[in-house]
Design a protein around this ligand. Structure first.
Ligand SMILES: Cc1cc2nc3c(=O)[nH]c(=O)nc-3n(C[C@H](O)[C@H](O)[C@H](O)COP(=O)(O)OP(=O)(O)OC[C@H]3O[C@@H](n4cnc5c(N)ncnc54)[C@H](O)[C@@H]3O)c2cc1C
Length: 394
């Protein structure tokens, strides 16, 4: 009762040039670049920093220079280099590969928190612990976006924000997808994601491993502080059949000798795992009602590619460059939308398609066995798949 009263008294109504909904990597990176360019930015995040989230926490090196350009060197915070890849089938048939570009491991708890501190320092007004309930485009017909006029009204749990531009970087699935009646929002999606941190001496420090189990796969790799991230994607039918995630692990991980050993011998550091459901890899519209989508809310690549964070960061670069030009009067809003779509398709469309195709081979006993044997006998196919699902440094 008391809390509600305080919240009501503190409710705000303010306006800004750019409002960013969602403070994951896409939103934080956009906010830092836009604030560095002198623009007024409010970023709204429903959780309070720092916090854990479901993610494999392996970042492709294609994003390293960009992350550094935002003001953080992940290796100063304990990031670990990863340059080898292991892939196993549910029965334990294992493939080992060198990763040509490689990546690094760092927890989202640390990375997102450090980026949020940089954003604050650059002048971004961060509303964390605040939930966006709805976004209203008050001038749908005006495609030109008059400067200094708020075209959008954002209703949050902390009051209302008027904004000239809205970036939707709210991740894979949100209440806002329903509010915006996005094409995929009424569908049910068949995947759940589960994450733990653990300590183990069963894994080398430089390896990212992907171990298949029936209707799912699990990634394991090093992060900071001698910890490993252990994160899996499972078809929701496993949850229907086994009722709880603990039962999925007990019943299905035991078939795969690598998973079984880790499950038995590693020290799991959380009491409970982080869990998300309703994960969608369907194509999405990049711009909805003039809201510019960025990161997973624009399109999500299957986690087996280990490329979602790099893509979220890359899309933030493309979008923030265009927005800086827009506020500099170099490009109209109409042209910005066209150019954003063009550059986004060029960078990501093929990668998302390749990720969806390869995912069909994962989580099946015969199909993952077939994939691993093909990669073993024709290594050039494995190299081609890695190159199709990854980009270049940006
Ligand atoms: C199981 C699994 C494993 C993965 N492993 C990897 C990996 O190893 N490597 C890799 O590169 N990628 C991986 N990914 C993908 C990666 O996590 C995403 O691509 C990346 O996090 C996208 O960043 P984002 O900023 O778009 O979204 P997010 O990081 O999801 O951030 C969105 C933010 O928006 C906030 N939000 C949502 N709705 C609202 C609202 N209404 N109001 C306020 N805030 C809101 C959320 O709280 C969240 O913080 C994995 C994904 C899954 C599901």
């Amino acid at each position: 009762m008391k809390k509600e009263k305080i919240e009501t008294e503190n409710k705000k109504s303010i306006s800004t040039q750019i409002a960013i909904i969602g403070g994951g990597l896409a939103g934080l990176a956009c906010s830092i670049r836009l604030a560095k360019a002198g623009l007024e930015v409010i970023l709204i995040e429903k959780n309070t920093y720092p916090f854990h989230r479901v993610c494999g926490e392996y970042i492709s090196n294609e994003a390293l220079d960009y992350v550094k350009s935002l003001g953080i060197n992940p290796f100063d915070f304990g990031a670990v280099s990863l340059d080898k890849f292991w892939l196993s089938s549910p029965s334990g048939n294992k493939l080992e590969l060198d990763l040509p570009l490689g990546g690094f491991g760092i927890s989202r708890y640390t990375l997102d928190y450090e980026l949020s501190k940089i954003a604050k320092k650059e002048g971004v007004e961060i509303w964390d612990g605040i939930f966006v309930k709805d976004v209203l485009n008050t001038n749908k017909l005006n495609d030109t976006n008059k400067k200094n006029e708020s075209k959008f009204l954002i209703e949050t749990s902390n009051g209302t924000i008027g904004s000239q531009i809205v970036i939707g970087s709210y991740g894979k699935r949100s209440n806002l997808d329903n509010k915006l009646q996005r094409d995929f929002s009424s569908k049910n999606f068949p995947y759940i994601g589960v994450k733990y941190h653990l300590k183990t001496d069963l894994m080398p420090n430089n390896v990212i491993a992907l171990h298949n189990f029936w209707r799912g796969y699990c990634g394991i790799s090093r992060i900071e502080d001698d910890k490993f991230c252990f994160c899996y994607l499972s078809h929701k039918d496993n949850l229907t059949d086994f009722k709880k995630v603990e039962n999925i692990e007990k019943q299905l991980f035991t078939d795969n000798p690598f998973l079984s050993k880790i499950l038995k011998e590693a020290e799991f550091l959380y009491e409970k795992p982080e869990i998300i459901n309703q994960i969608s890899f369907s194509p999405k519209k990049l711009i909805e009602d003039d809201i510019l989508m960025c990161g997973d809310s624009a399109g999500m690549i299957t986690p087996l590619c280990g490329n979602g964070m790099a893509m979220a960061l890359h899309s933030s670069k493309i979008l923030s460059d265009l927005l800086i030009n827009h506020f500099d009067n170099q490009i109209s809003f109409k042209s910005l939308k066209k150019e954003y779509q063009k550059r986004w398709n060029h960078q990501f469309q093929l990668r998302l398609k390749a990720g969806r195709t390869v995912q069909h081979f994962f989580g099946g006993r015969k199909s993952s066995e077939f994939l691993i044997n093909t990669f073993k006998h024709v290594p050039s196919v494995a190299r081609k798949v890695v190159s199709l699902t990854h980009g270049k440094s940006f």
